[in-house]
Design a protein around this ligand. Structure first.
Ligand SMILES: Nc1ncnc2c1ncn2[C@@H]1O[C@H](COP(=O)(O)OP(=O)(O)OP(=O)(O)O)[C@@H](O)[C@H]1O
Ligand SMILES: [Mg+2]
Length: 330
């Protein structure tokens, strides 16, 4: 539904996005995640046809955004960073106006405006002037105008910015509800937002994609690495017991009789480890695998942080690409 190939944008001498490649299939709900200045808004402006790239191309529903801008805009609902709302219009009049601009058929207009108002919970303020609404309500009007033509694709640039926690939860529910009806790409720098509503994430840093995959796989970005928390009844030296066993990456003991073992591999590795401990009569009380937290992955990829160990973000980016995360999502 959306294809981005070799997309690059320079603002003067500054390269804001650098050779982005990704594909979104129909019905995907994808989080575009990255710190401030990563290039999220720039990418969205290009996909929606509001800005030309320096090189590369973007296609929506098979149409090139610059060769067929009208076809593309017909298929897209876009919430820009600053919602394009007219302060001296009522919510309802504004949404009617946007529906007309988007070429919605006359006989469908009222129903679609009513649907957008209902979905964004704007019923109580629909007759009020937009200029008199609070920031959170204006943001909802921005989302309503993106929805009003019932587009195939929704592109939402930080949809929850400026909202209070209750409104944030409502917008998340709304996005959940829209799942299946639209292909959705939403940008954010809030990780929990992506975890709450998206199936996939594209992580961008300094204009480059550092990872793109399902949320599930991103949590295993370090080549499927797991960390095992092991608690023993006996004072067994696990470094010796497990030394040389298959799939062991690192062993350390933060406390007496407690061990953290990083392993790479599947259930067979866990079975082997538990077998060796039992064989050595270590008194295995607990063996709990925990995936790397997505937050750790995100920090590592974007800021080069790994449990306090500084890393060069460029190294992390290369690392992610070499693990096959890059370009893996279809
Ligand atoms: N019109 C512009 N002229 C010059 N530089 C720009 C312009 N717009 C963006 N940039 C620069 O391009 C880079 C990417 O900006 P962009 O707005 O796409 O980032 P973002 O990921 O959306 O950030 P944020 O989370 O702060 O919204 C930044 O370094 C920014 O300073
Ligand atoms: Mg932005």
């Amino acid at each position: 539904m959306i294809e981005v190939r070799h997309l690059t944008k320079d603002y003067g001498p500054h390269r804001a996005i650098d050779n982005l490649n990704f594909t979104l299939n129909k019905g995907d709900v994808v989080g575009f995640l990255g710190p401030n200045g990563a290039g999220k808004s720039t990418t969205m402006k290009i996909i929606t046809g509001f800005m030309a790239p320096t090189s590369g191309e973007a296609l929506v529903g098979g149409f090139d955004v610059f060769e067929n801008p009208i076809e593309v805009k017909r298929r897209i609902g876009y919430l820009p960073e600053t919602p394009p709302v007219y302060l001296d219009m009522s919510v309802q009049d504004y949404l009617q106006y946007v529906a007309e601009l988007k070429g919605v058929e006359k006989n469908k207009k009222s129903a679609l405006v009513a649907r957008a108002i209902e979905k964004t919970n704007l019923g109580s303020v629909q007759k009020r002037m937009i200029g008199n609404l609070s920031k959170g309500f204006r943001q909802r009007v921005g989302i309503a105008q993106a929805l009003v033509s019932d587009p195939d694709v929704l592109i939402l640039d930080e949809p929850t910015v400026g909202l209070d926690p209750k409104q944030v939860a409502e917008i998340r529910d709304l996005i959940q509800e829209l799942r299946g009806q639209h292909t959705i790409i939403l940008s954010t720098h809030i990780l929990s937002e992506v975890q709450a509503v998206c199936e996939k994430a594209i992580i961008i840093n300094k204009g480059r994609i550092v990872a793109q995959d399902t949320i599930e796989n991103l949590s295993r970005v370090d080549k499927g690495q797991l960390r095992l928390h092991i608690r023993l009844a006996k004072d067994l030296n696990l470094s010796q017991t497990l030394g040389g066993a298959q799939g062991i990456v690192k062993i350390e003991s933060p406390k007496s009789k407690e061990w953290l073992v990083d392993v790479s591999g599947g259930d067979e590795v866990l079975e082997n480890i538990s077998g060796l401990i039992v064989q050595a009569k270590g008194g295995l009380l607990e063996l709990t695998p925990s995936k790397l937290d997505l937050e750790d992955v995100f920090l590592k990829l974007t800021y080069g942080q790994d449990s306090g160990v500084p890393r060069d973000p460029q190294d992390s980016a290369t690392n992610a690409i070499s693990t096959g995360v890059q370009g893996g999502s279809k």
